[in-house]
Design a binder for this molecule. Structure first.
Ligand SMILES: Nc1ncnc2c1ncn2[C@@H]1O[C@H](COP(=O)(O)OP(=O)(O)OP(=O)(O)O)[C@@H](O)[C@H]1O
Ligand SMILES: O=P(O)(O)OC[C@H]1O[C@H](OP(=O)(O)OP(=O)(O)O)[C@H](O)[C@@H]1O
Ligand SMILES: [Mg+2]
Length: 304
């Protein structure tokens, strides 16, 4: 049966990303560097893929796990915090796990942390016993409290959680923190992390049974290439053979270099893919160790 005749079989992949918010631009940029391009529609909620049969759906981030669960979209880029919260909710209500994290994407980093008023003398999780804790992430907080064997009341709020203690709605909070500025502005201090989060590529637990499997594989391979080289540089240099061990010691973050002998084999020309920052200080150290003609080149694409 052709995909058109059977709606369960699809010949295009559909990826949901946040319409507007912290993850929307980096998510688009990542997909674009993996070679995707779209024809923008006028309402901009659905973008038809041009370079590959991969379409974009622009939605609220909280809707992404549910869209994957319902099969409305195939993949999504969403914070691990949102994915874990909704997975927790499904498991609490006895529903099977249908989506999971496929890849961590290295942006949108933050943590889900417990914070208490500045004046508290924090002794440990037991101090939350019998207290009210405000959060947008009740399932993760509940699971964490259970692990700590602490009984506390969870007050669910959809936003502005940090203001709850001042309003007398809660004694402590459990919310996302990155710089800590929002906590400080509300006279709160973080005391421990419930989870570390970043943007992730989410997908179904079950593999696709049609051409989407190949499209998803292709996309993953390209994304892995982009993620691997995000901060990488290609380093070109020459060195005398006897200085090689000292030079390589300064490149612990490099892939095994390609080398060739020149000048009657006494000198080597090398190229090494380095994953760490290539600062001036590092180049000067390499020169001191015997490297010559150092050149640092950006890496645009890589396919393993
Ligand atoms: N302060 C922060 N620093 C870094 N990342 C954050 C921060 N706050 C949230 N995030 C991450 O970015 C994701 C999206 O945050 P954002 O504030 O844009 O969501 P939202 O207000 O729920 O948006 P939407 O309108 O799509 O529902 C969060 O789920 C989290 O993974
Ligand atoms: O530690 P900080 O760097 O101050 O960031 C933390 C704040 O960022 C997020 O809110 P956001 O600004 O996205 O507003 P929102 O409540 O509308 O999501 C989060 O809910 C915190 O309130
Ligand atoms: Mg949201």
């Amino acid at each position: 049966m052709s995909p058109a005749a059977n709606p369960a079989v699809r010949d295009r992949l559909r990826i949901a990303i946040q319409k507007s918010g912290r993850l929307s631009e980096p998510a688009r940029a990542l997909l674009a560097s993996a070679g995707l391009s779209w024809r923008e529609s006028r309402d901009r909620l659905f973008c038809y893929g041009e370079s590959l049969p991969v379409d974009l759906l622009l939605v609220r981030d909280d809707d992404i796990p549910g869209l994957i669960a319902d099969g409305v979209c195939d993949l999504g880029i969403v914070g691990r915090n949102v994915l874990a919260e909704q997975a927790g909710e499904r498991s609490e209500t006895g529903k099977p796990a249908v989506f999971r994290e496929w890849r961590a994407l290295g942006f949108g980093g933050c943590r889900l942390a417990v914070a208490v008023p500045d004046g508290w003398d924090w002794q440990g999780p037991q101090q939350l016993a019998g207290k009210r804790v405000a959060t947008t992430y009740p399932n993760q907080l509940r699971a964490w409290l259970r692990e700590q064997r602490v009984e506390a009341d969870i007050v669910v709020l959809n936003g502005s959680v940090e203001i709850a203690p001042r309003l007398g709605q809660a004694d402590a909070i459990c919310d996302l923190v990155s710089s800590g500025a929002t906590l400080a502005a509300n006279q709160l201090k973080p005391v421990l992390d419930v989870m570390r989060s970043e943007a992730v590529l989410a997908g179904p637990v079950q593999p696709f049974g049609d051409v989407r499997a190949e499209l998803a594989d292709l996309l993953l391979r390209r994304m892995d290439g982009v993620l691997r080289i995000r901060d990488s540089k290609l380093l070109l240099f020459q060195t005398r053979r006897d200085a090689l061990p000292q030079v390589l010691q300064l490149l612990p973050d490099a892939e095994p270099p390609t080398m060739c002998a020149i000048d009657g084999a006494d000198t080597l020309a090398l190229q090494a893919l380095c994953h760490g920052a290539m600062t001036w200080q590092r180049l000067e150290d390499l020169k001191r160790a015997g490297a010559r003609g150092l050149m640092v080149l950006p890496v645009e694409r890589m396919l393993a």
